[in-house]
Structures are given as C-alpha cells and as structure tokens.
Design a protein around this ligand. Structure first.
Ligand code: ZN
Length: 524
C-alpha cells in the first residue's frame, strides 16, 4: 500500500518560518497560499456534504447510489491529495510556530488532523470513506427491515477497519482511545470509565427509586399520542427555531429518517427532524436539539469561516449546546408559559383540554424506553452507556460483531429494564456505526455534563428564568456566543469549559442537577 508522499518527506518538517519568509511581504504571500489551500479543502468538503445531504434528505434515487459513491470516492481522493500536498505541509509547519496569530492556530489544528491521516494508508482511507457513504444509505433500508443478518457484514467491515486504523494512528493505553480522541480531544477510556462509573453509581439507584414511585402511582399521558398533522408540526417547528434565535435566513429545517445538522457554511446551516403524527413531542425535542447545534454553527467568529477552526470545539461541546436547548430550556415551565398557548392554538383542538402543568409533567416524565433519541433526560445517559460499553468491548476483542444484538439486548435489560422486540428498535436504531462514527456516542453524555456546568455559571450572570419566560433569548445567546460559540475550535474542550466557568470539568454539576430535578418531580 502506498503511503502519502509527505509522511516520508522529513525535509518539510525541518523548515522554519524564518526560512520561508524574511519580510512581512513574504509572509503575506505565504498567508495567501495557505488560505488558497484552505479554500480548496473547504470546497471539496462542501461538495461531499452536499452529496450526503442529497442522499439522506433530498430523496436521491437509491438506484443512483453506485455512481454517487464513485463520485464521492473521487472527491475524497482529491481532498486527500490537497490535504497531504507537501507545499501545504510546509506552510502549516511554518505557521504552526507562530504564537498568538490566527494562522498559527489554524496550522496547529490542521497538523493534528494531518498527522493522524498520514498514518493511515491512502487506499485504505479512500476505500473506507467510499464504503461509508454507501453503508449509510443501506443502513436506512436495514433498519426499516430490521435486518441485522443482512447488515452485519457492514458492521464487521466498519469495526475491523476502526480497529486497524487505531493501530495505524496509535494510542497510549486503549485502542478505542484513538477514536475517542478524534471527537473529544483529551478524552480517554480511562477518564470515561470514571465518568460513566460515577453516573452509574448515582443514576441507576435514582432510576430504581423513581420506577418504584411510578409503579405505586402510574401516570399516563395519553394526549401525547393524539394525532397532530405533519403540516401543523412543521409550522410550529419553524416557530420554535425563531424563538430560540436560529437565523432562518441562514439555514432551514427539513425531514429525514434520523434528525441531524449539516453546516454547509456559517450562512447555510441545514437541520432535519422526523415528524410522527402520533408523537408530536418527538419532533419538538429534535428541533430544539438540532436548533442548539445549528445556532452554534451560525455563531462562531466569522473570521474562522472555512479555516478548519469553524464549527464546534468538539462533539461533546456541540452536544452541550443541543442538550441545553433541548433539556434545560425546552423542558422548563418558564419556556412554555407563553409558548404553550401558541402550541395549543396551532394544534387545536388536540391539546385544548390539557393544562400547561400537565404538559410540563408529561415532558419531564421518566420512562425507560428503547429509542435513544426519544429517551428522557434521566435515562438518556444509560442509553449512551450501553453503546460505550459495546464499542469498548469490540475494541478489546471481548465482543464480536456477530454477538452485538444479544449484548445490546442484555445491557438494555440491565440498565433500563426493557428489551427490543426487533433490531430496528435495538442495535440498528442509530446511524452512527453505519456512518463510521465510532467513538462519537460518549460525546452525548459528556455534552449533558458540560451543559450543566456551563448553565450553572451562566445563571450567575444571566437571568435565565426571565429570558425563558419572556421568550427573549438575547442575553442567553450573548453569553453562549461570548463563552462558547465564538471560539470555534480555537479552544480545546477542557480549555473552553475552564475559561467559561472558571473551573475544570466536573461532572457533579450534571449529577446534582439530575438528582435535584427528578427527586422533586417524583417526590423522593
Ligand atoms: Zn446532537
């Protein structure tokens, strides 16, 4: 297998910025060259994102997947060619020695990615990317048909490749670390074991206490399954996005199987939700969740656009924003005080007889369910724990892909007391593995914990309750933009949390929030 030329080109690593430029004029020329590369790389990324969007949302014919995958493969290859271009490498090495400049930050960020990718043989990398673009489409069909047998060879290829890539990339302690690091720089299996350990110790007993309460006094909220036409849900979704401050002139909302956000650029942020006529709150919380992601993508400092420092600091910091909008804001009574009247009117007569308090109780109920994206705030991290443990076990060789469904069902039973009737609501429910997003799941749980810590300190400066009551997100967005959004990737997750809150990351804010909220909700 041939390796990228620049990985063996040691000469490039020893050039210094002084050798590249001796004057401001020469530096400017180098800077222009650097930005030229960044623009080319952004253009390829835009094209690849557009193909993804076309496949998952626009309903491109399944029959065309072969030709699209081929085209996607070419784009990936060309993108890679520019990425490992020796001239780009020389520029990055030179600028990376600059402290306190934007170009220095840009260069250091790209070198991390570049050094990782250079360790993976080019053919292996391209083949994997092409495979993923196809497998993501085929997953939809497999999920619909609940066909694990037909899809397991895909999972096998993906996990085998993931393990192989870990060996190429390298890791300190655990092969899974190489993938976790990609989404959450600085995070490791060792730290996550401790984090999930604390969560398990606190949440599992709390959940069993709540289950006991529920079995003594079952609460039913049948109104949640009253039929709401899709068009009405669509109209209200747009209203929700407007309220939370998503700029609808620079983005939009469509529908897909699995809700997600795809930022084509800072001025073109696309999100999806999924409408279920008989489960209207599903889309409401998907829209608030993706809206949190979308706002983050719209609010970073504009000078970072197309530099590679645009977008979120990490997956977990991204998730902290989506979960904050979904849970801390979206499930609060203050948020719904005015908005509930609007929703009742929009969905009339479906909710005419349901008072606000009943709605608030219903959206804050705890219920062990099968589907992660439908999970309540308390059981959510347990769903993540299931996936974390399975991924870890596969990397350790303690679990074979073949045995995933059985292991999945067992963990669901152990943590949540429920078991899927078919794989579509079990091991096939998430697109992540099919899309090669191994190591991504822990971000969701970490994101919840980051959100709690950020909010705790935001409340010392912003009257969040009043902002929510008046549906005026101005002060909230100002705080988030200043402390989180504007930085893009310029701060690493740990730096960002510490800079925003004055304290290193501490999961106890999250655990205390959950305990306080749900003990009160269930009178424990
Ligand atoms: Zn998310």
């Amino acid at each position: 297998m041939d390796r990228p030329e620049s990985s063996s080109d040691h000469r490039t690593g020893s050039l210094t910025s002084q050798e590249l430029w001796h004057s401001t004029e020469e530096r400017r020329t180098c800077q222009e060259k650097l930005y030229e590369f960044l623009e080319i790389l952004s253009a390829y990324r835009l094209a690849m994102n557009t193909i993804n969007w076309d496949q998952t949302v626009s309903g491109a014919p399944i029959a065309g997947v072969g030709f699209r995958s081929k085209g996607y493969g070419v784009l990936t290859r060309e993108h890679y060619r520019f990425l490992v271009d020796p001239e780009f490498r020389v520029l990055l090495e030179a600028f990376s020695r600059e402290a306190g400049t934007l170009e220095g930050d840009i260069a250091r960020e790209w070198l991390i990615e570049l050094k990782r990718i250079e360790k993976i043989p080019k053919d292996d990398y391209t083949e994997f990317m092409t495979f993923l673009s196809k497998s993501e489409v085929e997953w939809e069909e497999a999920k619909r048909a609940s066909d694990f047998e037909g899809f397991k060879s895909h999972y096998r290829i993906i996990f085998d490749t993931a393990r192989r890539f870990s060996e190429y990339i390298g890791y300190d302690q655990h092969p899974y670390d190489a993938w976790i690091e990609m989404f959450e720089p600085g995070m490791t299996v060792k730290k996550l074991d401790r984090f999930f350990g604390e969560l398990r110790a606190e949440i599992v007993p709390l959940l069993s206490g709540i289950r006991e309460k529920i079995s003594e006094n079952p609460q039913h909220y049948d109104f949640l399954s009253r039929a709401i036409p899709k068009e009405k849900q669509e109209a209200f979704s747009r209203r929700l996005l407007e309220v939370i401050g998503f700029d609808l002139n620079r983005g939009f909302l469509k529908e897909s199987e699995h809700p997600f956000t795809n930022a084509m650029s800072i001025d073109d942020v696309r999100m999806t939700t999924h409408y279920y006529e008989q489960e209207f709150i599903s889309s409401i919380f998907s829209v608030l969740h993706e809206g949190g992601h979308g706002i983050y993508e719209q609010n970073f400092d504009r000078i970072l656009a197309n530099t590679g420092l645009d977008g979120g600091a990490s997956s977990a910091v991204h998730e902290s924003q989506s979960r904050m909008f979904e849970n801390a804001f979206g499930r609060s009574k203050a948020f719904w005080r005015k908005l509930y009247d609007e929703m009742q009117a929009e969905f009339s007569p479906a909710l005419d007889d349901i008072p606000l308090d009943t709605f608030i109780e219903a959206i804050n109920r705890v219920e062990a369910t099968l589907i992660r994206i439908e999970a309540d705030e308390l059981t959510y991290s347990l769903h993540i724990m299931v996936r974390y443990e399975l991924e870890k076990a596969i990397f350790e060789g303690a679990l074979e892909v073949e045995d995933l469904p059985e292991a999945w069902n067992r963990l669901m039973r152990d943590y949540l007391g429920v078991e899927p009737a078919h794989h579509g609501e079990g091991v096939l429910q998430d697109v992540h593995w099919a899309a090669g997003l191994i190591g991504y799941f822990p971000s969701y749980a970490l994101g919840n914990a980051y959100a709690s810590q950020l909010l705790h300190f935001m409340k010392q400066e912003v009257d969040v309750e009043r902002a929510l009551r008046s549906l005026d997100f101005g002060d909230i967005l100002e705080w988030l933009t200043l402390h989180v959004h504007s930085h893009g990737k310029r701060l690493k997750p740990e730096q960002l949390i510490e800079a925003a809150t004055g304290k290193p990351f501490d999961p106890s804010y999250y655990i205390q929030d959950l305990k306080a909220k749900y003990k009160e909700r269930y009178g424990i």
